[in-house]
Design a protein around this ligand. Structure first.
Ligand SMILES: Nc1ncnc2c1ncn2[C@@H]1O[C@H](COP(=O)(O)OP(=O)(O)OP(=O)(O)O)[C@@H](O)[C@H]1O
Ligand SMILES: [Mg+2]
Length: 210
């Protein structure tokens, strides 16, 4: 497939969404028509319905493997409806969260096993792997403190214990270490302007080298 898939990853409150929207403003001037900005679950009807089931605070009885399968199902549909067509049209897809989130949150956070979740997602993605992943790294306490200042209802995953979030971050760090070519780590405790500048530079470099 032509095009470029760039994913934004990191723990809750790392700044993924904030940085993505900031760099899109800057990148649009140079690459406007080539950019496709999306986030899981991707805005399609099927994936949004699945996401609603996952995040509903009433679903306290949800099995951890059910949760992992639902995320993968929503991802599959998002790929089919949005990501794959954009890549086929040689566009640059910037996606807020992707497979690494499942490995970190379900594999490590929920303790299903990182390898099992990765393999299950290989089926869902049919092997589609990002060309570049920006990993925004923050200690769990910092990320969680930031999400608490955000005005938004707390969902089922936000309400998890600190130890859950620490397993998630440790998993992300392992992923980054195991995939140094694909995953570039950005210290997201830096001032927001610095984080935005680093992300902007990495994305531009990927586009011009592609
Ligand atoms: N480098 C930074 N320094 C200080 N505050 C930041 C920084 N980056 C982001 N923030 C603030 O932290 C909060 C969380 O940021 P954001 O929603 O972008 O995180 P996220 O990674 O998308 O989280 P989630 O995974 O929960 O969606 C926002 O209020 C944002 O303004
Ligand atoms: Mg976000």
């Amino acid at each position: 497939m032509a095009g470029l898939l760039i994913t934004f990853e990191g723990p809750d409150g790392a700044g993924k969404t904030t940085v993505l929207s900031a760099i899109v403003k800057q990148l649009t001037q140079d690459y406007g028509s080539r950019l496709v900005v999306t986030r899981e679950p991707g805005g399609n009807q099927i994936s949004e319905a699945i996401r609603h089931i996952i995040l509903d605070p009433k679903n306290t009885e949800m099995d951890v493997r059910t949760e992992a399968l639902l995320y993968a199902a929503a991802r599959r549909q998002h790929i089919n409806e949005t990501i794959a067509p954009a890549l086929a049209a040689n566009q640059v897809v910037l996606c807020d969260r992707f497979v690494d989130s499942s490995v970190a949150y379900q594999g490590a956070g929920r303790e299903i096993g990182e390898d099992a979740v990765y393999e299950m997602n290989q089926f869902a993605t049919d092997g589609l792997t990002p060309d570049l992943t920006l990993y925004f790294d923050v200690p769990s306490e910092v990320g969680l403190a930031r999400t608490r200042t955000r005005e938004k209802a707390v969902d089922r995953l936000d309400a998890e214990a600190l130890s859950f979030h620490q397993r998630v971050r440790a998993s992300y760090l392992r992923l980054a270490q195991a995939n140094p070519e694909r995953i570039r780590t950005i210290d997201a405790t830096q001032p927001l302007a610095t984080v935005i500048a680093e992300a902007d530079q990495l994305v531009r470099r990927a586009i011009t080298q592609a």
